[in-house]
Write a protein that binds this ligand. Structure first.
Ligand code: SF4
Length: 214
């Protein structure tokens, strides 16, 4: 029996399969070049992981993980950028991608994110929106009495924008363009299809060239 996937699963599945298929046509050298291109971003992600492990793992483990509440990981609660998918597929093993595809092909009748497995998130490098999400309770617990930690977090948030926020040339936009030029398309290419992000890019181009972008 063929299951009819919901729109969310279908959109995610299309993006993952499109990236995987496109990458199959790349030489190992080209893949390595792309991974190198994402190198600074991956370092940034390690820094965020280290920050969260240092300051938040206690709070999150106690309030959410031990009772398997995982309150951040709600069903269809996250926006995934195409670059999230591209980077994750690039650095994952084929069996790790298969696990994502298997999860998306099941009917998700629960209230939790389709990617939440028994051991946590199935992504190797989870979407940036998930990485940077801190619930109000956890933020209050950690930041209320520690302006220094809050300041550190704000610096990480500013760094995040250098990769994702297209008011200047950014990796997330570049990766979309790179795959588009090789015939790969996805509705998750928000840097190329979201009116808000397109406006931001047009404003940046106007500022940097002095000409209005039409
Ligand atoms: S993608 Fe992973 S981290 Fe993000 S909501 Fe789903 S399970 Fe949670």
């Amino acid at each position: 029996m063929n299951l009819v996937l919901n729109e969310y699963n279908e959109e995610q599945l299309e993006a993952i399969v499109a990236v995987r298929d496109c990458l199959e046509g790349f030489s190992p050298g080209l893949r390595a070049t792309l991974i190198r291109r994402a190198g600074n971003y991956l370092t940034f992600r390690q820094d965020v992981d280290a920050f969260l492990a240092c300051h938040f793992s206690g709070v999150c483990t106690l309030t959410c993980y031990e009772d398997r509440r995982s309150a951040c990981c709600n069903r269809e609660g996250i926006i995934t950028f195409f670059a999230d998918v591209a980077i994750n597929v690039l650095i994952s093993q084929p069996k790790e991608i298969d696990r994502l595809i298997e999860a998306l092909n099941l009917q998700n009748l629960g209230t939790k994110c389709v990617y939440l497995g028994n051991e946590g998130c199935l992504w190797k490098v989870k979407p940036i929106v998930c990485e940077m999400f801190l619930c109000k309770y956890a933020r209050g617990k950690v930041f209320d009495n520690s302006p220094a930690i809050l300041n550190e977090w704000r610096k990480l948030r500013r760094r995040e924008k250098r990769y994702t926020w297209p008011n200047r040339p950014v990796l997330f936009d570049e990766l979309e363009r790179y795959f588009m030029e090789r015939g790969c398309g996805s509705s998750l290419m928000y840097c190329h299809n979201s009116p808000g992000l397109l406006r931001m890019k047009a404003q940046w181009k106007t500022k940097s060239t002095g000409f209005k972008a039409y």
